[in-house]
Each structure stands twice: as structure tokens, then as C-alpha cells.
Design a protein around this ligand. Structure first.
Ligand code: GLU
Length: 313
């Protein structure tokens, strides 16, 4: 099975997919299918507050409607808690995890600079707590679990990788990210941990997703190294913006698939529009997903990655 590309869809069922989610899914699917690879589908429903069976049902239905098929899954993260806990125990046994009692307000009040994704760099407040102190505070509120990152001059202190679209990346974990959460205080496993464990156990070799997750990749590579996993290739794809320059989000329903399906009937118009953003289709050319496979090349995505990708309904 060596050298077989394994790609994945990893949607969070927090609402209907919008054109930007479809674009990322299309790139993931084309990146895999054009290499003759296999697709895995994983539903990222870790947070019980975001648990929404109807949204999940619509997601699967929308992917089928788009013609973006998969070979394995769906897996549900909500059913894989024991697997994640085992990974956390393995990190704990290496002395890399500590309990953190800081509240959200305390974290944001800390004067540390913000990491590239907007979360504050953790100031290390709970790093040196004694066992007695941990026991005392645990009576008041359950702790979150945090993973230590090395100093810049220690092993794994600087993470470097080559993104298939955005090229060479480099992050100094301690100054640009800080010790990060692997489990929240309400027991919910953190995205970074779950995604790394799942990608490894599902044999994923190629991670394609939106540019907003580029800054998560170094944390994920760090976790892969600690857990002894292989590192997948990363390809981050541009986020789509409206003609006014606003990033598409699930909250703004203007370009969601409910509206688009009702308007267009079939997926060809939307797929053509998205494909034309990266030079895979002529502007205004309707096309189905299968016909894009032979036209796909990462070079074409790369060539478009630095300009903004505007979609109009
Ligand atoms: N579940 C994430 C999302 O829907 C994607 C995670 C990933 O691709 O690593 O935004």
C-alpha cells in the first residue's frame, strides 16, 4: 500500500456547507482522485454543543450531490473518545502534560502576544503547580490539559514543513503558539489532538483544508513526532471571499448549499465557478466533479493562491 495517496474530508457539522467549504472539499477530493488515491470521510463532531445529527445528514447528502465520493467512513469523532484518551495518557507518561486551571477570561487578560490564529500564547501560569496545589484546585473546578512545547533551541522547538500550495513554513512553538490544550476543562478533546490521532490511524497521507488552518499544522506535526506517527503532506487552499472582501462563513447563509441546490438543481454551475478560480474551468463553464480530475494539478492551485478568490452568488 506504499505511496497510495489517502486524502480526507473532515467536516464539522456545525451548519450547512458554504461555497468556501465546498471549494476546500473539491480540492481535497481532486488532489486525491487525480493521484489515484482513496478518500476517507470523518465527521468532526467532538463538541457535544455542536452535535447536530440533521447537519451531519445534510453534509453527507450535499457531498453526494456534489459528486464528491469517499471510500471509507464516515467515522465519527464523538465515538472515538477512548482512542484520544489513550494518546493523552501516552503523552502524560512522558511528562509532557499538565493540568491548567486558567479561565478563558484569565487567558485573554494575560499580556502575552497572540498566536497567528488569534489565541493568546499561553503565559505558563499553571506550568509549575505542585501536586498539592493541583489537588486543591481540582476540588473547585476540573482542569483542562495542556501540552508542553520545547524552547526554541531544544529538539522540536522549531517546526518546519513544506506546504504543497503555500510553500515553506516555519514556526517557533514557544513564542508563536505556547503550551496548547489537548483537552478542555469540560472533558472535550481538543481539535489538534483528535485530528492528529485520526489522520494517523486512518492512514491519511495528504491533508487538504482551508488556509485558516495553516497555523495549526506545526502543532499537529509536533504531536505527530511525539506520538511516533508519520507526517502527511499538507496543502492549504485559499479562503473564498465575497465581492466586498468578506470571508465566507457559515453564519452568513448567502452562499450555503441549501440556497444553491434550490437555485441550480445540479452541482455543475457551482463546481464550474469554483474550478474556474484555480484555472480548472473557463469562467461560466458548468462541469461535474469527475471531469475535473484529469485537469487538476497542484501547480494551478499554487498559481492562484496569492490572489484573493472572489465568489459571487
Ligand atoms: N473540522 C475542521 C473544519 O471543518 C477541519 C479540520 C481539518 O481539516 O483538519 O473546519
Amino acid at each position: 500500500m506504499n505511496n497510495v495517496v489517502v486524502g480526507r474530508f473532515a467536516p464539522t457539522p456545525s451548519g450547512r456547507m458554504h461555497a468556501g467549504n465546498v471549494f476546500a472539499a473539491l480540492m481535497a477530493w481532486l488532489g486525491t482522485r487525480s493521484a489515484g488515491g482513496r478518500m476517507v470521510l470523518r465527521i468532526e463532531d467532538l463538541d457535544p454543543r455542536a452535535h447536530n445529527p440533521e447537519a451531519t445528514r445534510l453534509l453527507l447528502d450535499d457531498l453526494r450531490w456534489l459528486g464528491l465520493d469517499w471510500d471509507e467512513g464516515p467515522y465519527y469523532q464523538s465515538q472515538r473518545g477512548n482512542i484520544y484518551s489513550e494518546a493523552i495518557r501516552s503523552l502524560e507518561s512522558k511528562g509532557l502534560i499538565y493540568p491548567c486551571f486558567c479561565t478563558r477570561a484569565e487567558l485573554h487578560a494575560a499580556s502575552a502576544p497572540h498566536a497567528s490564529d488569534g489565541t493568546p500564547v499561553y503565559a505558563g501560569t499553571c506550568k509549575g503547580l505542585s501536586q498539592a496545589e493541583v489537588a486543591r484546585r481540582s476540588l473547585v473546578r476540573p482542569p483542562a490539559l495542556r501540552l508542553r512545547v520545547p524552547k526554541a533551541n531544544e529538539a522540536l522547538g522549531v517546526i518546519e514543513f513544506d506546504d504543497l500550495v503555500y510553500g515553506p513554513q516555519r514556526e517557533v512553538l514557544c513564542s508563536e503558539c505556547g503550551d496548547f490544550l489537548v483537552q478542555r476543562s469540560d472533558g472535550v478533546i481538543a481539535y489538534q489532538l483528535a485530528v492528529v490521532v485520526d489522520d494517523a490511524l486512518m492512514g491519511v497521507t495528504q491533508v487538504v483544508r482551508g488556509h485558516d488552518l495553516l497555523s495549526s499544522s506545526s502543532r499537529q506535526i509536533y504531536l505527530q513526532k511525539l506520538l511516533g506517527y508519520d507526517q502527511p503532506r499538507y496543502a492549504h487552499v485559499p479562503l473564498l471571499v465575497t465581492p466586498e472582501g468578506r470571508r465566507l462563513s457559515k453564519r452568513d447563509r448567502d452562499l450555503d448549499l441549501g440556497v444553491i441546490r434550490e437555485r441550480d438543481g445540479g452541482p455543475e454551475r457551482l463546481l464550474g465557478q469554483l474550478a474556474s478560480l484555480v484555472g480548472l474551468a473557463q469562467e461560466g463553464e458548468p462541469i461535474d466533479a469527475a471531469r475535473l480530475v484529469d485537469r487538476f494539478a497542484w501547480d494551478k492551485v499554487r498559481a492562484c493562491a496569492r490572489k484573493s478568490c472572489v465568489v459571487d452568488a
